[in-house]
Ligand binder design. Structure first.
Ligand code: TYD
Length: 208
């Protein structure tokens, strides 16, 4: 596969999206052809599924939730990510399969293997070249430090216990797939964190 596929993972409010966008900015500034996208979402169907899943008023069972995330992922991969990779672009994606493994596999208790199986079909065998894990405890997230707590989002408004399980799952997944993962301890200075991510990606030969 041509192109380079980079995903960002981590808990809520830890600066994943900010870091993904700072990387996109760097790639633009250095004239490296890239796109930024996010999950769930990125295509019309996937955005509709996103609204369905994250709506605080929906009542969705864990297995249905896992299939909905996987369905959104399948559409996003087929219609946006794979075509961009085929055009030799760098694809930056805010969350991907590891979020399903952590949130649905562990947080919702469906089991790692079950969620992996569902996603092997959904992902069309497209695994990231590299995954940046923003390693920050959700209890101390930047968002919490700013005092923002209730959001109306079904996932974000889950209990602390749920988010700690998800965090521990991310740490385990990053060790299990240590070749693919880059672990980042974020600092309050987001530019400094961004520089550290960029340097690590350059040293792996994934970007220039
Ligand atoms: P979003 O508002 O994009 O959160 P964040 O800014 O923290 O990424 O909402 C995505 C939510 O969906 C987030 O709580 C994580 C969750 N999620 C899953 O549970 N499984 C998945 O496979 C994906 C991609 C996201």
């Amino acid at each position: 596969m041509a192109g380079t596929f980079i995903t960002f993972e981590g808990c809520e409010g830890v600066g994943k999206t900010t870091q993904a966008k700072l990387l996109k900015q760097y790639l633009d500034d250095t004239l490296q052809d890239s796109i930024f996208t996010r999950e769930p979402g990125g295509t019309k169907i996937a955005e509709e599924i996103r609204n369905m899943i994250l709506d605080g008023n929906s009542n969705i069972s864990p297995i249905v939730e896992a299939y909905l995330f996987a369905a959104a992922r399948a559409d996003h991969i087929l219609n946006l990510v794979l075509p961009a990779l085929e055009q030799n672009k760098i694809v930056i994606c805010d969350r991907y399969i590891d979020s399903s493994l952590a949130y649905q596999g562990v947080g919702r208790g469906l089991g790692f293997e079950t969620v992996l199986k569902i996603n092997e079909f959904a992902c069309s065998c497209c695994m990231p070249d590299c995954t940046i894990f923003i390693n920050m405890d959700p209890r101390n997230s930047w968002r919490k430090q700013k005092g923002k707590v209730i959001t109306g989002d079904r996932m974000e408004d889950e209990t602390d216990h749920f988010h700690i399980m998800v965090y521990n799952a991310f740490k385990e997944i990053s060790q299990k797939y240590s070749d693919r993962f880059i672990n980042i301890d974020p600092t309050e200075d987001k530019e400094l964190t961004s520089r550290s991510i960029i340097e690590k990606l350059i040293s792996r030969g994934l970007i220039k």
